[in-house]
Structure formats: C-alpha cells, structure tokens
Unconditional design. Structure first.
Length: 224
C-alpha cells in the first residue's frame, strides 16, 4: 500500500468515526431532550416543587457535570449520568414554566421560546454540517463572553437592575448560538470524539438558549 492509499484509508476511517460520533450524539441528545421535557412536565404537576427545590435540582445537575461525568464519560454509566443531568435540569425548569404559563399570553411566550430554540439549533447545526467550516477560532471569545456574563449575573443578584438582566439574557442567546456552532464544528473536525461529552455540551447550549429566550420574550411581553 503506497502513501496515497494509506492517506485515503485514514481519511475514510476518520470520516466514519466522525459520522458515528455525530449519529450517537444526536440520538442521545434527542432522547435526553425528551426525558428533560417529561421531567419538566412532572415538576409542573407537583405542588411541592418551588424555586428552592428547583435550585437544588440545578445544583445537583452541576455536581454531576463537574464531579461524576468526567469519571464515567468513557463507559456505559456515562449514558445514565447524562439522563440524570437532563432529568434534574428539566425538573428544575418546571417552576419557571409554570410561572410563564400562568401569566397573560404565557402559552404563546413558552411556545415562541421553544420554537425559536428549535429553529436556532437546527439552523446553526445544519450550517455547521453543510459548510464544514471550522469554528474553533471562536473558543477564546466564547469563553471570555461566558466569564463576563457570569460576573454580570452574580452582580445583578445584588443590583437587581432589569435592564442588566435583559442584557445578560440577550448575551446568553448570542453566546449559546455561538457555542452550538463551536460544539458542532468540534465534532465534525475531530476535536470532540466522545459522544457523551458532546451530548452534554449541546444539551446545555439548547437549555440555556431556551431559558434566555423565555426571559427575553417574557420581559418584552410584560412591556406590552
């Protein structure tokens, strides 16, 4: 086998591996999104679920992401951890959805946020997949943006400035859109070869995008 043949074989093997990661990622992502929606629906039916329990659910999901997932991401156990993360975050989303559904025009707000999230995710994912562009150059900018947004969120806990909250939500929409491109591009170009990690990354992009859109639409609806 000459050098050209070896290169072709390696290229094909790499393409097959990438396609397998993409397939497994989107399959697991679709199942975890469905499970998350089911847990959110369950949370909305339970009268005992309030903001406090919602916060603990989110903290539990963060603990799994930082402490458990790195130890299980290369095993079958990692799949169960992903479902646990999605379930906790979905459960914690219940009170927020209940709040918006109870206000005037709430169902329209939730539906628009859900539809907008789907359009943004599918559109950006399709662009990354078809264009084959490498968006790894966005990594530094996105990381810096996340740090700035985190600082602003913590500051606004004490400042309680509505305009700052709107700015943070808008920034999160932009950052999550960028992360969808970035994370999808990493899978396509071999930067991410673990479909469990890839699923969690894209799930968090979608989750945060939806919540930010929900807050933005709710704020503007409140001004009508």
């Amino acid at each position: 086998m000459n050098q050209y043949d070896s290169t072709v074989v390696r290229s094909r093997a790499s393409a097959l591996a990438t396609n397998k990661v993409l397939k497994n990622t989107y399959l697991l992502l679709s199942m975890t999104l469905l499970f998350s929606a089911l847990m959110a629906g369950l949370s909305m039916t339970l009268p005992v679920v309030g903001p406090g329990l919602s916060m603990f659910s989110s903290l539990g999901a963060l603990a799994l992401i930082w402490l458990v997932l790195p130890r299980t991401e290369n095993s079958t156990a990692g799949i169960f951890v992903v479902f646990a993360i999605a379930g906790l975050l979905g459960f914690g989303l219940g009170p927020l959805l209940s709040y918006y559904l109870a206000i005037p025009g709430g169902p329209r707000i939730v539906g628009t946020a859900l539809g907008g999230t789907g359009i943004v995710f599918l559109g950006l994912s399709a662009y990354a997949l078809t264009s084959k562009r490498d968006f790894s150059f966005m990594g530094g900018f996105l990381f810096a943006g996340l740090i700035v947004v985190l600082i602003a969120m913590v500051a606004n806990i004490f400042l309680e400035i509505p305009a700052l909250q709107l700015t943070v939500s808008a920034a999160i929409v932009l950052l999550m859109s960028g992360l969808i491109l970035f994370d999808t591009s990493r899978i396509i170009h071999g930067g991410e070869t673990n479909y469990i990690r890839a699923t969690v990354g894209l799930y968090l992009d979608i989750y945060n995008l939806f919540v930010a859109l929900l807050q933005l639409l709710g704020a503007f609806a409140g001004d009508d």
